[in-house]
Write a protein that binds this ligand. Structure first.
Ligand SMILES: [Cu+2]
Length: 142
């Protein structure tokens, strides 16, 4: 295994944890930078809350019927393993609707596949052939 670059642990809601009420989790998320291999930690009372990763549609509607993943230990660590969008909500009734939800996006930073313009040898040979044919025609004409 190759060790990844510095993974950061993000405690959701900071010291207040994963609750309802005073925290704007979208605001919390907007102040952070998330990268692949970072870890989200959810601290909460699992009598009242849980953590569900859901689709964009379910996130926006707060209608959770088919969560991608569910966590309910009260102290969940979730490693962000890939680029993309992550949508988290509390699955308990009403909690998503009053703001116990957030979305993060992990954008790729490496610019793989830089556009390298390579002159194709085949095209070059084709060009030489055409010139040769033109020269031959020119020669015949005169
Ligand atoms: Cu909740």
């Amino acid at each position: 295994m190759v060790a990844s670059t510095t993974a950061v642990v993000h405690e959701v809601g900071d010291s207040q944890g994963w609750i309802i009420g005073n925290i704007d989790y979208s605001q919390w998320a907007s102040t952070k930078n998330f990268h692949v291999n970072d870890i989200l930690v959810f601290n909460y009372n699992n009598k009242y809350h849980n953590v569900m990763q859901v689709s964009k549609q379910e996130y926006e509607s707060c209608t959770i019927t088919n969560p991608i993943a569910t966590f309910n230990t009260g102290k969940d660590s979730i490693t962000l393993q890939a680029y993309g969008d992550y949508y988290y909500v509390c699955g308990n009734p009403g909690h998503c609707q009053i703001g116990q939800k957030f979305h993060i996006n992990i954008v790729g930073t490496s610019s793989q596949g830089s556009a390298s313009v390579v002159a194709s040898p085949l095209c070059f040979m084709l060009l030489i052939t055409i010139i040769a044919i033109l020269e031959f025609c020119f020669f015949l004409t005169f």
